[in-house]
Design a protein around this ligand. Structure first.
Ligand code: PEP
Ligand code: MG
Length: 552
């Protein structure tokens, strides 16, 4: 048995087989085939696997996102069955003696080039689809394809749940994983406040980061992941397995005790009532939020919708998702944050420029205002969804009055355009994230022009203490509860709350500190009105709040 230690960023226990996640890098294709017949068979197998995967995605999208999104996958299937394209690939193998990989690469690239040369937006889109399907086939041609493991085709036992290991995961990797097959995550690198760690907490998946001893050779072995203790055991003996199985049962019992708190108020003994709402990153989290008795959604990180794809989602696709979210919680409020892209939340198709300091660069509201077409598309989708429930629109990382007023103007223009088009638009509230010291300093001016504040402590901490939240070396500074860093942070929270209350608007916290029980009392003493946390943290925090007495 091997024991490896890491840093826990999402608690819980997982027992199961381990898989090493290779990442998305591609192996360059060898040009010449040794056996042409064998290459043709490999091509056929890969094509079948790719079609199966697209069918799976089609069905999943149809169920979760609606017909509009699902049609993308139907088009992909047609492309994988395109006779002309397939004939071109087969010829390259049969007549010219190329490998399946090389033939796919060449034929699909030529087709994409032809389509994008037609100077037509629709054909340009199709060219992107061709490249997408080229990648699918290349992935399927690789024997050990993690994409296939997690999406249900092409591997020996594809749907078997597993603990996934990797050097590191980008949020865009995690958001694409099939949750039903995901028991836990362990990485060599990574940090506590990275968006990947937050995603794991939101999904309720146990996760360790900075676990230096894991390696590719672990693939296929059995492991116990104890993310509460920060340990992963490879090849556990019987006794260890039995111990953890019984611990899992006890945890289950502890969770059912918390169920008694459902329907009860999150109120201190002296009568201070806090709204407990949920952070989510996809419509798949809505159930967990409801199960946890959330009083609404305090932060829907819409950018994950943008990361779980290979192009910017259309207005219709976004509208379907937002509508589903507001309808699921109506009449309770669902706060959807406009896309917070940049830093670690990026993916290839966005073609973001490389920045020396991305956290100080074109991210969040800056990105949106620099890409008005994309922003307008999202605002229109949000406004259309407002007709179906109680919607709050939240703008990330507002640091100046002009960013707020520019966004308000765009919202107003989108609303007027929709009404002119005869689209139903409801009412909504507009909030801003307080994530920079600049926002705290001008909180009075900002509060006069919006309906609520939501304090993003993850970024407020990063920008207040000048500490990169994704740098492993900074982790220990984020950890030291009660040190001067927290004093500076708590003082800013108090300032923002006071400014909000002076203008009669509520102030909540949606950063990860909101879920740290050791800080709950301090946050309540700052007079916050709302805590928005991952669904799994709601009932434990309600328990904590009900035990507090702020008179003491
Ligand atoms: C925050 O910064 O605290 C926050 C909630 O936003 P994100 O973690 O998505 O940057
Ligand atoms: Mg933030």
């Amino acid at each position: 048995m091997i024991t490896a230690k890491g840093k826990s960023v999402s608690g819980g226990i997982a027992i199961g087989p381990v898989r090493w996640h290779q990442g998305e890098e591609r192996i360059a294709a060898a040009e010449w085939a040794e056996d042409r017949e064998r290459e043709l068979i490999r091509l056929e197998k890969a094509r079948n696997a790719a079609v199966l995967r697209q069918q799976g995605l089609y069905e999943r999208s149809l169920k979760e996102l609606g017909k509009g999104t699902a049609e993308v996958f139907a088009a992909h299937i047609m492309m994988l069955e395109d006779i002309d394209l397939l004939t071109a690939v087969r010829r390259k193998i049969k007549e010219q003696g190329h490998t399946a990989e090389y033939a796919v690469q060449e034929a699909f690239e030529a087709q994409a080039k032809r389509l994008s040369g037609l100077d037509d937006d629709y054909m340009g889109e199709r060219a992107r689809d061709v490249i997408e399907m080229q990648k699918e086939l290349m992935t399927a041609l690789r024997e050990d394809s993690p994409g296939y493991l997690w999406n249900g085709s092409g591997r020996e036992d594809p749907e078997k749940p597993a603990i996934l290991l990797a050097e590191d995961f980008m949020p865009s990797n995690v958001v694409r994983l099939d949750r039903s097959s995901l028991l836990g995550l362990v990485t060599r690198e990574g940090t506590q406040n990275s968006h990947t760690a937050i995603l794991a907490r939101t999904m309720g998946v146990p996760m360790l980061v900075q676990c230096g001893e894991i390696g590719e050779s672990w693939d296929g072995h059995c492991a116990v992941l104890d993310a509460d203790a920060g340990i992963v055991y490879l090849d556990p003996d019987r006794e260890m397995l039995a111990r953890y199985e019984s611990r899992e049962k006890k945890q289950e019992a502890g969770r059912s005790e918390l169920q008694d708190l459902k329907g009860k108020a999150s109120e201190t003994r002296d009568g201070r009532r806090i709204r407990m709402v949920a952070n989510i990153s996809s419509p798949e989290d809505l159930n967990a939020a409801r199960e946890a008795d959330a009083e609404g959604i305090g932060l829907f990180r819409s950018e994950y919708l943008f990361l779980d794809g290979d192009r910017f989602p259309t207005e219709e696709e976004q509208f379907q998702v937002y509508r589903k979210a507001v309808e699921a919680f109506a009449p309770k409020r669902v706060v959807i944050r406009s896309c917070d892209i940049g830093t670690d939340k990026r993916t290839a198709y966005m073609q973001l420029p490389t920045e020396e300091n991305p956290a100080l660069g074109c991210r969040a509201i800056r990105f949106c205002l620099c890409h008005p077409d994309m922003f307008r598309t999202q605002l229109r989708a949000l406004l259309r969804a407002s007709a179906f429930g109680n919607l709050g629109i939240l703008l990330p990382m507002i640091s100046s009055e002009s960013e707020l007023s520019e966004s308000r103007t765009m919202l107003k223009q989108c609303r007027e355009a929709l009404l002119r088009e005869g689209m139903p638009v409801g009412s909504y509230t507009l909030g801003i994230m307080i994530e920079t010291p600049a926002a705290v300093m001008i909180a009075d001016e900002l509060a006069g022009n919006c309906d609520f504040f939501s304090i993003g402590t993850n970024d407020l901490m990063q920008y207040t203490l000048a500490m990169d939240r994704t740098a492993p070396a900074m982790n220990r500074y984020f950890d030291t509860h009660g040190d001067p860093g927290y004093t500076a942070l708590l003082r800013q929270i108090r300032m923002a709350v006071k400014a909000g209350h002076r203008h009669g608007i509520p102030v909540g916290i949606c950063g990860e500190l909101g879920a740290v029980p050791e800080l709950t009392e301090a946050l309540l003493r700052c007079e916050i009105d709302e805590l928005s946390v991952n669904p799994g943290a709601i009932l434990p925090l309600r328990k904590k709040i009900r035990e507090l007495d702020l008179r003491n």
